[in-house]
Ligand binder design. Structure first.
Ligand code: MSP
Length: 653
């Protein structure tokens, strides 16, 4: 089955930014998913060059416009490559071999069908939008998108009879309910078209930068009429019928919400006029804002996607854009939130899981896993794989990614529950230990396949560590997300995939500090055990400042821990010795001054919060590295803070 997928082609008057990258990344996720699902996929991207802004930019730089566009092609391709965008074809609107004949053919067909006529245009034109504006669209006389005054122009134009297509378009929307997605865009377009359509200008007079109108060499084709045709041009329209018939109609156009109407109204009307089949679907995604603001040069808040890609590789950014923004809705990006999600999803959850499985398999079974054990993870995997497929099939990319992460969290919890480190102590439970490790590794493998469209390089690396080095192109959704109960594998313990990001005075640094599998003693102050010989504490409690900064707070590493075991400390009335899973390779042993409030069995199974980076401190011969958080009433017994079940190791803030 064929799947022909396109993105909007970008204006090249500036470099790609996070917003344009968002579109390409999410389209790439869809393209990779379709390939994984076995579709013969063709993924097209490109550059939109015949805009006045592009022309001006070239002139400003003293360059020939075409030479300027050649340079920009290199810039765009380079950014897309670094973001691991797997496009199959890249078209430019200055392409004289493919694009020019296509545009001229379509203009001619529309003319021949009586849908193009000569007239004169008088009105506003916004060069930023490259669009004619009606007075009612302006805010205080300005274009609301660019906040600039549109030009008043009066020129001879060729018009396209868009008004004629109002009813055919409405009929098409009705008969093809999934033509426009998501619903919010469909409703916008329905309202717009129901309100009536005016004919549009399809040429600009007296300009040289553009494709000449075939029946009027004094004019060039209007940039939008020109640009929309790229989708058909790239696959042969006007220059290779056989190729065109092979790929057309397009399966999906991915475009931003600001340009949905060009793709859902003007483009299908042009195709109807030219007698060409309509694309199957247009998906209008939302916008990414930076701290709630539109990214713009004047605001000085343009986020360069390469900043993130260069620091962490493309995958953490790809994951953020896919998972944190419901596809179809708007989303926000801040570096703080990006780092928070990186630490939560990658450093603590997925990365930690991969490390734990590999480290334990190495330590307990010399790196070898025998056939899987048939524990509860198989059913959890099947359920999440089903949700994943159903979501990805309808472009709910965020839900697909979330399903993969539910499986990852379940695998982490499974380790906490089954305690492989305890099983490893008893030779009688060797088979059970192998079963736990095998099941967990199998869950990780399936999650990696599910995430492969989102994080292609990371998925390949995880699969390699799990003993599967086959090329990505050979993976197949159904067979590779099915639970494999047998098969010996060699697991590679190759270190942290995603070291935690530590925020340090607003400057982000990546540390390679990974939690050490040490025995840790955590104490709840101020309920100290009088029986316990405590290392000399600071002479007086430090004064608590009335106010601290977020940076001060972020120095404290609070983590979710799950209490696995608890026992009374001999010779102590106040201390319980806890074994806590804090998402590390091995559980921590924690001494907490809570024995007066809790019996050991009360504590087992609780999900608590610990301070994970407190300086070590010796108590009763054991070293204390942190604390259990508890409410500590004056003179009363400690009340341990419980949290809703969350994956051990999850950062608390
Ligand atoms: N050249 C036209 C598209 C022609 S398609 C036949 C154009 N170019 S653009 O460079 O301005 O935008 C390219 C794509 O990026 C559009 O789909 C647009 O919606 C999208 N985005 C631009 N800024 C964006 C965000 N901040 N967030 C998400 N997408 C954004 O329009």
């Amino acid at each position: 089955m064929k799947y022909f997928l396109t993105t909007a082609i970008d204006f090249v008057n500036s470099r790609p930014h996070l917003g344009t990258a968002y579109e390409k990344v999410t389209a790439d996720v869809i393209a990779r998913y379709r390939r994984l699902a076995g579709f013969d996929t063709h993924f097209l991207m490109g550059n939109d060059e015949h805009s006045q802004n592009v022309f001006r930019k070239a002139v400003e730089q003293g360059k020939d416009p075409l030479a300027y566009c050649d340079e920009m092609e290199v810039v765009f391709r380079d950014v897309w490559k670094r973001l691991d965008i797997s496009f199959d074809d890249f078209i430019r609107t200055s392409d004289a071999r493919r694009h020019k004949p296509a545009v001229q053919k379509m203009a001619q067909e529309c003319l021949d069908n009586g849908d193009i006529y000569e007239g004169s245009y008088e009105g506003f034109y916004c060069v930023g939008c490259e669009a004619f504006k009606q007075e009612k669209d302006l805010v205080d006389g300005n274009c609301p998108i660019h906040n600039t005054k549109p030009q008043w122009i009066k020129e001879k134009n060729w018009f396209f009879r868009l008004s004629k297509y109002q009813q055919p378009l409405l009929k098409h929307y009705e008969e093809n309910p999934s033509f426009i997605e998501p619903d919010i865009r469909r409703n916008e377009i329905l309202r717009l078209v129901e309100g009536g359509l005016e004919d549009i200008s399809m040429s600009r007079a007296g300009q040289s930068w553009g494709i000449p109108v075939p029946f009027d060499p004094t004019s060039v084709v209007y940039v939008w009429f020109d640009a929309l045709i790229n989708y058909a041009a790239a696959v042969g329209y006007g220059w290779d019928d056989e190729r065109f018939n092979q790929w057309w109609p397009a399966s999906l156009h991915i475009v931003g919400k600001d340009i949905t109407r060009f793709h859902c109204v003007i483009w299908p009307a042009m195709l109807m006029s030219a007698g060409v089949a309509l694309p199957k679907q247009v998906f209008g995604h939302g916008w990414v804002y930076f701290k709630g603001e539109r990214m713009s040069k004047t605001m000085g808040n343009i986020v360069d996607p390469l900043d993130a890609a260069e620091r962490f590789g493309p995958d953490p950014l790809r994951l953020y854009l896919t998972k944190e923004i419901p596809y179809g809705g708007d989303g926000d990006f801040t570096w703080e939130r990006f780092e928070e999600k990186y630490n939560a999803d990658l450093a603590n959850n997925l990365g930690n899981l991969v490390n734990r499985v590999a480290a334990m398999t190495e330590r307990y079974q010399q790196g070898t896993i025998r056939s899987a054990g048939g524990g509860p993870l198989a059913a959890i995997a099947a359920e999440n794989v089903a949700t994943y497929k159903a979501s990805m099939d309808v472009h709910a990319l965020h839900e697909g990614a979330a399903a993969a992460f539910r499986l990852i969290s379940a695998a982490n919890n499974y380790i906490a529950e089954t305690q492989p480190w305890a099983l490893a102590k008893d030779p009688a439970t060797a088979d059970r230990l192998n079963g736990v490790l095998a099941d967990t590794a199998e869950a990780v493998r399936i999650a990696a396949v599910m995430l492969s469209p989102v994080m292609p390089a990371s998925a390949t690396e995880i699969l390699r560590r799990l003993g599967d080095s086959s090329p990505a192109s050979l993976r197949r959704l159904d067979q590779d997300t099915a639970w494999r109960a047998s098969g010996e594998k060699q697991i590679l313990n190759a270190g942290a995939l995603w070291p935690r990001i530590e925020a340090d005075k607003g400057v982000v640094t990546v540390t390679d500090e990974t939690p050490k599998p040490t025995e840790t003693v955590v104490v709840v102050p101020p309920v100290a055990d009088p029986a316990a010989p405590v290392a000399p504490a600071a002479s007086a409690a430090p004064e608590v400042p009335a106010m601290i900064t977020i940076d001060d707070f972020m120095k404290i590493q609070l983590k979710v821990g799950k209490v696995l075991e608890a026992e009374r400390m001999p010779k102590s009335q106040k201390l319980l010795k806890l074994k806590v899973d804090a998402g590390e390779a091995e559980p921590r042993t924690i001494l907490a001054g809570i024995a007066e409030s809790y019996a050991p069995e009360d504590m087992v199974g609780k999900t608590i919060v610990i301070v994970a980076n407190l300086a070590p401190r010796k108590m009763m011969g054991l070293e204390s590295n942190g604390m259990v958080l508890a409410a500590s009433p004056e003179g009363g017994a400690a009340i341990v803070l419980n949290v809703e079940p969350a994956a051990p190791g999850t950062r608390v803030r």
